[in-house]
Design a protein around this ligand. Structure first.
Ligand SMILES: C[S@@+](CC[C@H](N)C(=O)[O-])C[C@H]1O[C@@H](n2cnc3c(N)ncnc32)[C@H](O)[C@@H]1O
Length: 375
């Protein structure tokens, strides 16, 4: 049967990097392919069909639950973090160089420890792919440029071994996390907050090694203002677990579900809960997608979030907008959602559209904390 190669039109909606990578696909159908740090918006159905036709296994390693979910939905075997990844890699590995460099080095470190034949590296020029290739070359790795277009480049490496020092120097430092957390590793960060909470995370997790100013203001506000203190708590975009862990430590009759799209963040949250001897679930979700099975039947009593956003583009409000518009479905009647945000973000409008009862609880020159109650 002829192999089905995705047409360019079928890929027009995906990123320049994905289109760039797909045009090479024909060359990679002779053996199993491992996709490392694959973006969520790959054309997964096409990939699954193509590799099934070529009778080659395709597997995906990712730290991003969206890619994991998309790959699994398409029937591709996938691993959410390296902790769950195969210990022996057959075939070829294609790594997408991520925007967060520490994360990229972390994946390279995982790859370097596994037996594999060859490694392909794809990335965008403004994401540092060419600089990385140069660095690898300087360490003695044989690096060959295979293709370049759409401000993207593809390199083939013969082996990562000569670059092991470079990779180790740049990869996140790792320390052992207490046994009971059953997580990966993280750099331990001590923060003496009101409850003397210990935080654990690794580079690549939001506000690693510090406490975000907005989150600190949120905590201060929650200390001073009346809010629900018992029942089911949901922390969306939990990062290292700071907000949820702090709340359940202060109000032990709250039961925590902490959610994040990042596997590194979930590992960090589990570690933070473990080291503080707190109970709670850390679950993978894309805002509310994936949370239904973890939600209490009557809905959560309290939802808290320092929502993810990126400056620059209007579409960057999509996550917060989705969070706020879907929150009423996940809250019990009378349940509350509390959100902290930079004051320039249009979250008050989103909240007014989804809830009748919205209060601006506290503000500084930079941040606002809002509360909305489900009627
Ligand atoms: C502003 S940080 C807040 C982290 C933590 N709550 C704190 O206050 O330090 C936002 C978090 O949202 C996560 N995130 C990004 N996109 C997401 C999505 N689609 N669904 C769930 N979480 C997401 C990020 O990984 C990050 O941990």
């Amino acid at each position: 049967m002829p192999n089905t190669i995705p047409s360019t039109s079928a890929l027009s909606a995906t990123s320049p990097l994905n289109q760039f990578v797909f045009r090479q696909l024909n060359n990679w159908l002779d053996q199993p392919l491992n996709l490392i740090a694959a973006p969520a918006d790959l054309n997964w159905q096409e990939l699954a069909i193509t590799f099934a036709n070529a009778k080659q296994p395709l597997q995906v390693w990712t730290n991003d639950w969206r890619s994991f979910n998309a790959a699994q939905t398409a029937g591709i075997s996938s691993f959410f973090t390296a902790g769950q990844a195969p210990t022996n890699l057959a075939g070829r590995s294609l790594m997408f160089w991520p925007k967060a460099k520490e994360e990229g080095y972390w994946w390279l470190q995982q790859l370097a420890t596994l037996p594999h034949q060859d490694v392909l590296l794809a990335g965008e020029s403004n994401g540092g792919i060419n600089a990385l290739a140069k660095q690898l070359k300087n360490t003695g790795v044989a690096v060959g440029k295979l293709d370049t277009a759409r401000r993207c480049a593809l390199y083939a490496l013969d082996s990562l071994a000569p670059a092991s020092q470079l990779i180790t120097d740049n990869a996140p430092q790792q320390t052992q996390v207490p046994q009971q957390t059953q997580t990966g590793q993280g750099v331990q960060t001590q923060w003496s907050g009101p409850e003397d909470l210990t935080l654990i995370s690794q580079p690549g997790v939001f506000s690693h090694g510090r406490v975000d100013e907005g989150s600190a203001f949120f905590i201060k506000t929650l200390t001073q203002q009346p809010h629900i203190k018992t029942g089911q708590l949901l922390d969306i975009g939990c990062g290292c677990g700071l907000l949820g862990a702090w709340l359940i430590k202060k109000y032990p009759s709250l039961q925590l579900t902490a959610a994040d799209v990042s596997g590194f963040a979930l590992n960090a949250t589990r570690a933070t809960l473990g080291i503080n001897q707190l109970n709670g679930k850390a679950v993978a979700a894309d805002i509310f997608t994936g949370l239904a099975e973890h939600a209490p039947a009557q809905g959560f009593d309290l939802i808290i979030s320092n929502p993810p956003f990126h400056t620059g583009k209007a579409t960057d409000y999509e996550l917060a907008s989705r969070l706020i518009s879907q929150a009423p479905q996940f809250l019990r009647k009378g349940g509350e959602i509390w959100i902290v945000a930079n004051r320039f973000l249009p979250y008050a409008d989103f909240l007014q559209q989804a809830f009748h009862n919205v209060t601006l609880v506290a503000e500084t020159g930079k941040f606002r904390v809002y509360k909305a109650i489900r009627g």
